[in-house]
Design a protein around this ligand. Structure first.
Ligand code: ADP
Length: 759
């Protein structure tokens, strides 16, 4: 303390100063000797001023940093002493300290920044922090940068480039820029640095050398492209293989079928039968491999269509039943009655799963039975989950194999392979299909006792079961000629509308005699009506009398007759029964009722014939058609040409052969044909191109030549492609005689066998 005896007050111990000074009671122990020495030295130098700084303890106990100047006033004659002028800089020091620490932190981060660098700059675009291994690539060091503005250290062109980016960061924007430098790629991430209140007090650049990453990305992309190309090549290869294998298979299976229909010794018949079996087995393997490759490629998709459950199960179990019977095993099926009649889903794939499980069950069972049960697992208004089981009394499966058999190429016991054959793909495909159908597949088994395979699958419940059935029926009834005789015009109109709805071919007449004339005319042309709907009560010649006449006439007797009556007279039904007329409908005729009756009457005759083809006696399957057709066959493969020609000729058709599409076009100029059977893949001009040309010509003439595609491509999209190309039907090779004849009959109805012959 310094006092002036004359003017103590003027010395500054004013109230304010005292208030400011007094609370500081203690000088920091470390600072005390330093400041004492400093002031003592100053006391010896009159008139001089020095800065000082020291830590003082406030009365409240907190330490403060005071910074100030000390002036030796000894020069002054009046006042002697040192004037201390100080201010409290504690907060600023703390802030400086914090900034220093954070800069230190940034610097540490920057120095160790891997594969890049970190820069922090202020509002003057001056770097406060710079570091990182990649600075070297730019030939700069931390020391050169720190404390300098970008204008001072960056080359002008880079400075011009970076300045707007830095300014944007200081304005609060973040920018990401990729830049090349001497063959390396850097990713610049330029962003604002904010204080606790959100204010931007600096900008920051993080640069990362991403050369390796880019290279890796390019490599991954290239690898992916190569893999995709390989996969495409694989799919193409499989499609081609399927074509290449199916084409000769067509020849083998077809020629064997033809030869089996000729006179053979027992020995020859046996050998050929084995050829036929082997060829069929080979086809199964080819199909499995195709399916599996589709599964692998994720290409397997399910159809969503209405289907009749019982009909589907019935169809597949009928064939499997034959196979079981051949081994002396009984195949029993129980389909729960509460399963809705029409479900929505992929019936073909469901059939494939059943076929695989039941096929396996038969294969691995030497005696006993195979039982198929289908029941509802759960149900909502729109969907149903089915639970199917296939139980056999066969060899069983060891516990450790019950999982792996669902893997591709896995068989429970490889020594079985030789005994039972098989690829080990069936269950893998089935498991995949079941998965696509929203279900599970698993197996319970006891070795030596048998196995039970379970699977669940979800299906929609058709909202319009009748419509669905009508749709199924319409397929079967399509193009079927029908004669309708009724004296009531309204009935004629309404019933023929129903028939046309199902794409049948109705002809209407208004009385009995007219009906009789039409029936005879058609029969004389070799096109007798397979179905006749007669009004029971007509003037002149009524339905009963007409029916009797039809039944008594040899050329007409095969027709299915249905009587329609407006009065439900008790005697009528009895007369129908006596005359063995199957159906008697009361007007007004309900659509569903008529359909039921039609299917009941024609059902057997219309049943998909190929299912039963193998069991037919050979003589019957080559029965002469009602009308021989003139068929143009476009096919390049000699064996297939011969095969298709023989099949068709045996059927009574006339066949002209073209070796490719352009030959077919030429032949069409010279002759008239009822039908064109078109191979899709041919040299010179393929099937699609030829079809397009034909359809174009027809646009002028208004004609339409039915074209059936014959192709070894068995992918589902192939059928759609054929139809889209303007073809009317599709048969896949190897061609089964019955499938081909059915396809022909669908398109050229006159070629259909009379129901009586088919039955
Ligand atoms: P594949 O029958 O062509 O060999 P699958 O995938 O259909 O192929 O079957 C795989 C294996 O599972 C069979 O080889 C057989 O070992 C076993 N397996 C399948 N079903 C049965 C069954 N019902 N009884 C005994 N073993 C079976």
């Amino acid at each position: 303390r310094y006092r002036s005896p004359s003017n103590q007050r003027a010395l500054g111990y004013s109230v304010e100063v005292a208030a400011k000074l007094n609370p500081f009671e203690l000088l920091d122990a470390d600072d005390r000797p330093r400041l004492t020495a400093q002031f003592a030295a100053l006391a010896a130098r009159p008139g001089e001023t020095e800065s000082f700084e020291g830590r003082f303890r406030h009365a409240n106990g907190a330490w403060h940093v005071l910074e100030g100047t000390a002036t030796n006033l000894l020069q002054d004659p009046v006042v002697a002493g040192i004037i201390i002028n100080s201010r409290d800089v504690t907060e600023r020091r703390q802030a400086d300290d914090a900034v220093h620490k954070s800069e230190q932190l940034y610097r540490t981060v920057a120095q160790s920044f891997p594969n890049g660098f970190l820069l922090v700059f202020d509002h003057e675009l001056r770097y406060s922090v710079a570091g990182g291994s990649a600075l070297a690539a730019y030939r700069m060091t931390s020391e050169e940068l720190e404390g300098h503005t970008i204008a001072e250290v960056l080359p002008p062109e880079i400075c011009a480039l970076m300045e707007p980016v830095y300014r944007a960061a200081l304005a609060g924007e973040t920018m990401i820029i990729e830049s090349e430098h001497e063959g390396r790629t850097y990713l610049f991430h330029c962003s604002p640095v904010r204080d606790a209140h959100g204010g931007v007090f600096a900008g920051m650049v993080m640069a990362q050398d991403i050369t390796e990453r880019k290279r890796a990305e390019v490599e991954v992309q290239q690898a992916r492209e190569v893999a995709e190309a390989a996969n495409r090549a694989k799919s193409e290869f499989l499609a081609n293989m399927s074509h290449e294998i199916r084409t000769p298979m067509n020849g083998i299976i077809g020629m064997t079928e033809l030869t089996l229909n000729t006179t053979l010794t027992d020995e020859q018949r046996e050998y050929l039968g084995m050829v036929r079996l082997s060829a069929d087995a080979l086809l199964v393997v080819v199909n499995d491999i195709l399916d599996f490759s589709k599964v692998e490629a994720g290409k397997l998709t399910l159809e969503v269509r209405d289907f009749d459950v019982r009909e589907r199960f019935g169809g597949v179990l009928k064939i499997l039943g034959l196979r079981a019977a051949a081994k002396g095993i009984e195949l029993v099926s129980e389909i729960a009655p509460d399963i809705p009649a029409v479900l929505v889903g992929d019936a073909g794939r469901l059939r494939q799963v059943i076929e695989n499980l039941v096929g396996n069950a038969i294969k691995f069972t030497a005696r006993g039975e195979v039982v198929v049960r289908v029941a509802i697992e759960s149900q909502t208004a729109e969907a149903v989950e089915l639970h199917a089981t296939v139980t056999d009394t066969g060899i069983g499966i060891a516990a450790d194999k019950r999982q792996s058999i669902f893997q591709p190429f896995e068989q429970a016991d490889t020594s079985n392979t030789r005994r039972y054959g098989g690829t080990g793909l069936g269950l893998a495909i089935a498991a995949n299909l079941v998965g696509l159908m929203g279900g599970w597949i698993w197996v319970d088994s006891a070795v030596g006792k048998g196995s039970t395979f379970h699977f669940t699958a979800r299906f929609g419940v058709s909202a319009a079961p009748t419509a669905a059935r009508a749709a199924t029926a319409a397929l079967r009834l399509r193009h079927l000629p029908v004669l309708l005789a009724d004296d009531n015009a309204a009935t004629r109109r309404s019933v023929s509308a129903l028939l046309s709805d199902w794409q049948m071919n109705p002809t209407t007449v208004d009385d009995g005699p007219a009906a009789w004339r039409e029936l005879q005319r058609a029969a004389a042309l070799g096109l007798p009506y397979p179905l006749v709907l007669l009004d029971a009560h007509m003037p002149d010649l009524d339905g009963f009398a007409l029916a009797q006449r039809i039944k008594a006439t040899p050329g007409l007797a095969g027709a299915t007759i249905m009587l329609l009556s407006s009065t439900d007279l008790p005697g009528d039904a009895a007369r129908c029964r006596a005359m063995r007329i199957g159906s008697y409908l009361t007007k007004p005729i309900q659509q569903s009722e008529l359909l039921e009756a039609l299917l009941a009457q024609l059902g057997d005759a219309l049943q998909a014939a190929p299912l039963l083809a193998p069991s037919r006696p050979p003589g019957n399957s080559v029965a002469a058609p009602v009308r021989p057709l003139r068929i143009l066959l476009a096919e390049d493969n000699n064996v297939n040409q011969l095969l298709a020609k023989r099949l068709l000729e045996k059927r009574g058709h006339h066949v002209a052969v073209a070796g490719n599409g352009s030959e077919a076009l030429a032949l069409l100029q010279y002759g008239t044909f009822d039908l064109l059977l078109m191979d899709v893949q041919m040299p010179v001009m393929g099937g699609f191109e030829a079809t397009a040309a034909i359809r174009l010509q027809e646009r002028a003439s208004g004609a339409h030549l039915p074209i059936i595609a014959m192709t070894a491509h068995a992918m589902p999209e192939d059928e759609a492609r054929c139809l889209a190309a303007g073809m009317d039907g599709y048969v896949s090779k190897p061609i089964s005689a019955q499938t081909l004849f059915d396809a022909i009959a669908r398109l050229v109805p006159a070629a259909r066998e009379r129901p009586s012959e088919a039955a």
